[in-house]
Every structure is written in structure tokens, then in C-alpha cells.
Design a protein around this ligand. Structure first.
Ligand code: HEC
Length: 107
């Protein structure tokens, strides 16, 4: 009985931690993290002085964020923000913002 229990615990931990370790995108986590971004970037997809970041293809989104992180793209605000984000955070943000469609009627 105890053996079966230990086996189950091991399986659950393996499944859970392997998905975390690989930095799999997590939509809910992305939505949670996005509140920091939407202080500046509009969720409506409206382009202001600050560019729109919704509905992007995920790999481009991640590539741009990594470029800020590596300081290849020169914007100090974005460099500081991207610097603090790990792979899982970037993938989750990319997955979340990709699900948001720019609105036709913008306000
Ligand atoms: C304080 C305001 C501010 C916050 C907060 C902010 N950004 Fe930005 N972001 C900007 C500005 C300004 C630019 C344009 C920078 C430039 O010209 O390179 C930008 C550019 C970007 C770009 C590139 C857009 C393009 O069209 O090239 C992406 C992607 C992006 N931000 C994602 C994010 C994400 C994800 C977050 C949250 C983790 C975030 N930003 C938080 C102000 C902000």
C-alpha cells in the first residue's frame, strides 16, 4: 500500500516539475504577469506612442523580448522589464498575448 502511494507521489511530482522545468507556457500565469505590461501597452491592440503587443506570433514576441533582455534593442524601460523575466515567464506572456485579438473598433 505504502509503495503504491510513493509511486503515485513520484509520478505526480515528475509530471508537474518536468512541465515547470521546461518552461512550458502557462496561459493563466501569462495573464497574471500581463497586468504589469498593460499599464503601458493597451489590451485593445490600439497603437499609441507605445506599440501594440496583442495578437503577435509567439516566436516573434519571445524573440523581441529576448532582444530587449540582451540589450540588442535599445529601450531602457523594456530592457529592465525583460531582464527580470525568465523563459517560462516570456513563453507564458507570449501565449497569453497571442490569444488576444486586436479590436476592430478601437478606443
Ligand atoms: C512603462 C511602460 C511599459 C511597460 C510597463 C511595458 N512596456 Fe513594452 N514597451 C514600452 C515602450 C515605450 C516600447 C517601445 C520601445 C521601443 O521603441 O523600442 C515597448 C515595446 C515592447 C515590445 C516591442 C513592440 C514592437 O512593436 O516592437 C514588446 C513585445 C513589449 N514592449 C512587451 C512588453 C511586455 C511583455 C511587458 C510586460 C512584461 C511590457 N512590454 C511592459 C513600454 C512599456
Amino acid at each position: 500500500m505504502i509503495k503504491i502511494y510513493r509511486c503515485l507521489v513520484l509520478i505526480i511530482y515528475t509530471v508537474f516539475y518536468s512541465s515547470v522545468a521546461k518552461g512550458e507556457p502557462d496561459l493563466e500565469y501569462g495573464e497574471y504577469l500581463s497586468s504589469e505590461c498593460t499599464a503601458c501597452h493597451l489590451l485593445s491592440g490600439k497603437q499609441t506612442k507605445i506599440p501594440a503587443i496583442v495578437g503577435w506570433e509567439q516566436s516573434s514576441f519571445i524573440a523581441v523580448m529576448r532582444a530587449y533582455k540582451d540589450k540588442e534593442l535599445k529601450n531602457e524601460v523594456m530592457q529592465n522589464i525583460a531582464f527580470r523575466l525568465g523563459d517560462k515567464e516570456l513563453k507564458s506572456l507570449a501565449a497569453y498575448f497571442a490569444t488576444i485579438k486586436p479590436r476592430k473598433i478601437q478606443n
